[in-house]
Design a protein around this ligand. Structure first.
Ligand SMILES: Nc1ncnc2c1ncn2[C@@H]1O[C@H](COP(=O)(O)OP(=O)(O)OP(=O)(O)O)[C@@H](O)[C@H]1O
Ligand SMILES: [Mg+2]
Length: 264
C-alpha cells in the first residue's frame, strides 16, 4: 500500500482528568473520502482538529504525508489542509471574492491574475454564480454562504480537506446538491477528504470508507458496503438498523441494497 496521507499512532487526548480519546490508531490512504459518524461528544471534532494541529494530542503521534506533525511548522501544515466547518465562518465585512481570496492572497500578494483565476475556478466548481463576487455574506442564503466557505477551503488547492458537518445548516435540496458537488470535486481532484456528519445516509453516500466512533474509539472503519453487510457490534448495528429494515434481501445482499437506496 502507498504511504498513508494521514496516520494516527496511539493518539491520546485528555482534558484534565477526562480522557476524551484513549488510544486512537488509523490510517487514511491518498484519495480516500472518509466519513466519520458517531454519538455527540465522542471526539470527532477533536480528531479533525488534531490533524491540522489546532488541538495538540496528550500522547501519541500523528503523521501527515509521512511527517510527524510535531516536527512540522503548523502554519505550513495548515496551508496544505483545507478546513470547512458548519455555520457561517465567512468574514462579514468582506465580499465573496475577498473571502475566497483570503488564503491565496496570503501567498500571491503580487500576482492578482492568478488569484482571480483561482476565485473564478472555485466559484464555478462549487456552483456559485460569478455575479455574486461583490456581495457580502449577509446578502447570501445559508447554502450560498456554505458554498463560499467550501470554495475558500479549496482555493488554496490543499491535498487534504477536513469538513466538520459542513452541510448541517442547509435545507435538504441544497444539501443534496452540495453532496453531489463535493463528490464530484473529490472525483475530479483526487483530494483526500475527512468528513464528519451526523447523517448516516450522507456518510454512506459520500464515503469510500466510513469510520464509526464512540467514546473516542473506532467501532468500525471500512467501506460502506462492508459496514452495512457486517456491522462490527451492536453500536454500529444501531446506526444501520433503519437501512437494514428496508431490505428484504438476504444478509449478504444488504450492503448492496442499502447502497442502491442511498444512491437512488
Ligand atoms: N477545551 C475543552 N475542555 C474540556 N473538554 C472539552 C474541550 N473541548 C472538547 N471537550 C470535550 O471533549 C469531548 C469531545 O468533543 P468533540 O468536540 O470532539 O465531540 P464531537 O464528537 O465533535 O461532538 P459533536 O457531534 O457534538 O460535534 C466532549 O465531551 C467535549 O465536551
Ligand atoms: Mg463536533
Amino acid at each position: 500500500m502507498n504511504e498513508p496521507v494521514i496516520q494516527f499512532e496511539h493518539v491520546t487526548k485528555k482534558y484534565g482528568e477526562a480522557t476524551i480519546i484513549p488510544d486512537l490508531s488509523f490510517a487514511v490512504a491518498r484519495g480516500d473520502f472518509v466519513t466519520i459518524i458517531g454519538s455527540s461528544g465522542c471526539g470527532k471534532t477533536t480528531t479533525l482538529k488534531m490533524i491540522n494541529a489546532l488541538i495538540a494530542p496528550t500522547a501519541g503521534d500523528i503523521f501527515v504525508q509521512g511527517k510527524n506533525i510535531r516536527d512540522v511548522d503548523h502554519i505550513m501544515l495548515r496551508r496544505n489542509i483545507g478546513y470547512a466547518i458548519q455555520g457561517s465562518v465567512l468574514f462579514p465585512h468582506m465580499t465573496v471574492e475577498q473571502n475566497i481570496a483570503y488564503v491565496p492572497n496570503l501567498w500571491n500578494k503580487n500576482d492578482r491574475k492568478r488569484t482571480e483565476a483561482a476565485i473564478d475556478k472555485w466559484m464555478a466548481i462549487v456552483g456559485l454564480d460569478p455575479a455574486m463576487k461583490d456581495r457580502f455574506p449577509a446578502e447570501l442564503s445559508g447554502g450560498q454562504q456554505q458554498r463560499v466557505g467550501i470554495a475558500r477551503a479549496l482555493a488554496a488547492s490543499p491535498e487534504i480537506l477536513l469538513m466538520d458537518e459542513p452541510f448541517g445548516a442547509v435545507d435538504e435540496i441544497t444539501r443534496s446538491s452540495l453532496q453531489d458537488e463535493i463528490a464530484r470535486i473529490h472525483r475530479e481532484t483526487g483530494i483526500t477528504v475527512l468528513f464528519v456528519t451526523h447523517d448516516i445516509k450522507e456518510a454512506l453516500k459520500l464515503g469510500t470508507k466510513v469510520m464509526i466512533m464512540d467514546h473516542g474509539e473506532i467501532q468500525q472503519y471500512d467501506t460502506p458496503d462492508e459496514v452495512l453487510a457486517h456491522p462490527a457490534n451492536s453500536f454500529v448495528g444501531r446506526f444501520f438498523r433503519n437501512e437494514r429494515h428496508i431490505c428484504t434481501m438476504p444478509d449478504d445482499k444488504i450492503g448492496e441494497c442499502a447502497y442502491n437506496r442511498v444512491h437512488a
